[in-house]
Ligand binder design. Structure first.
Ligand code: IPM
Ligand code: MG
Length: 386
């Protein structure tokens, strides 16, 4: 165990913004912070945490969303741990667009990295699927496409209403994400699949396919493949082994990563990293699940997604040993659970978090490398900052 003295002596202190948000966000974030406490003691680093109030309650009381003030506070940090946002008390879209999408766009978090990894012992609804066959990463473009919020409605509220929703795809925006995906594939099993709908969305589809074709010349070691998004919904659950790195646009990525989460055991276990690639703004780490207001405060939420997202955050900051230990501890606890959410978890949210935190401490004292070769963290550090 690291002493107080050595903690103050070492230089590895990270500034972390913590945004617990709404619904189950605060409870899973609290678990992630308990695991972070254990990891800091075990691996000899520290963090200065700035807890930021945001979300439905805060919005209803103050009207504040992603304000300049909040932006500046977040910017002062090395990374952001994010719980979740959304509540029935606020109309759909206000918090999602006004905070989450605003943050991704303002901080230029162009890559949304979402690993789809079935860990040993974790129950999947896909009959016969084994961990060996399910280890891929979805790279979702995170600042453009249909999420730019452009569009208009004429004759609103009348039978002649016309709604136009635009999808914006820039060559520069697509290229940086495709290039990231190539680098990630090059550090993994060397296969990159573009997922789109080029037979119907011919304008955007051509821009994406041309970009992949052009960049492929720079990465001769990476094999490229293409799958339509509808076909992806068929292939992903049945033959995930076909995929190593999948690159796709914002909307398709949003949809297929929920499917990916189900394959790996459910939304509660899936993690993500929203990466700023040039290091000019902080990256943000969040579980894929939403705020699940129906189960908030009941102790039914699985904290694994939030804890795995913390592991991705630490991998990104360069604390690879701690990240691997957290991942291995989470996998071990998940593997011992009867069910992956609700009362069948065999413990409350807080208890599951405590189990994982204890295991992190134990693992740091063991000589065995945790989960060799299985990490969802592979390639994050080497590809996340240019
Ligand atoms: C996600 C979520 C968000 C998105 C919402 C909450 C804005 O579904 O991170 O996948 O659409 O990106
Ligand atoms: Mg989503």
């Amino acid at each position: 165990m690291t002493s107080e003295l050595s903690l103050t002596e070492n230089q590895r202190n990270y500034r972390l913004a913590v945004v617990p948000g709404d619904g189950i966000g605060p409870e899973v974030t609290q678990c992630a912070l308990a695991v972070l406490d254990a990891a800091e003691r075990a691996f000899g680093f520290s963090s200065t945490r700035d807890h930021i109030a945001a979300g439905a309650k805060h919005y209803l009381a103050t009207g504040e969303l992603f304000s300049t003030d909040i932006e500046q506070r977040l910017r002062a940090n090395d990374a952001i741990l994010f719980g979740s946002m959304g509540d029935p008390s606020v109309a759909p879209g206000i918090l999602e667009r006004g905070f989450i999408l605003a943050m991704r766009q303002r901080f230029d978090q162009s890559v949304n990295l979402r690993p789809v990894r079935l860990f040993p012992g974790v129950k999947t609804p896909i009959v016969g699927l084994t961990p060996e066959r399910c280890n891929l990463v979805i790279v979702r473009e995170n600042t453009e496409g249909a999420y730019v919020g452009r569009g208009s409605t004429v004759h609103a509220g009348t039978p002649r209403a016309v709604a136009i929703q635009e999808s914006v795809n820039t060559r520069a925006g697509v290229e940086r994400v495709v290039d990231y995906a190539f680098r990630l594939a090059s550090s993994r099993r060397k296969k990159l699949t573009l997922c789109h709908k080029t037979n119907i969305l011919v304008e955007a589809g051509k821009l994406w396919q041309d970009t992949v074709n052009d960049l492929a010349a720079r990465y001769p070691d990476v094999e490229t493949d293409y799958v339509h998004v509808d076909a992806m919904c068929f292939h992903l659950p049945i033959s995930p082994e076909r995929f190593d790195v999948v690159v796709t646009d914002n909307l398709f990525g949003d949809i297929i990563t929920d499917l990916g989460a189900v394959i790996q055991g459910g939304l509660g276990v899936a993690a993500s990293a929203n990466l700023n690639l040039d290091g000019c703004s902080p990256s943000m780490f969040e579980a894929i699940h939403g705020s699940a207001p129906d189960i908030a405060g009941m102790g039914y939420a699985n904290p694994a997604g939030a804890i795995m997202s913390l592991a991705m955050c630490l991998a990104h900051l360069g604390e690879a040993d701690a990240a691997l230990a957290i991942e291995a501890a989470t996998v071990q606890v998940l593997g011992s659970m009867e069910g992956l959410s609700g009362p069948s978890m065999g413990g409350t949210t807080e208890q599951i978090g405590q189990q994982i935190a204890c295991l992190v401490t134990q693992m740091s004292q063991s000589q065995e490398p945790p989960l060799a070769g299985l990490s969802i963290m592979s390639g994050i550090k080497s590809t996340s900052i240019k």
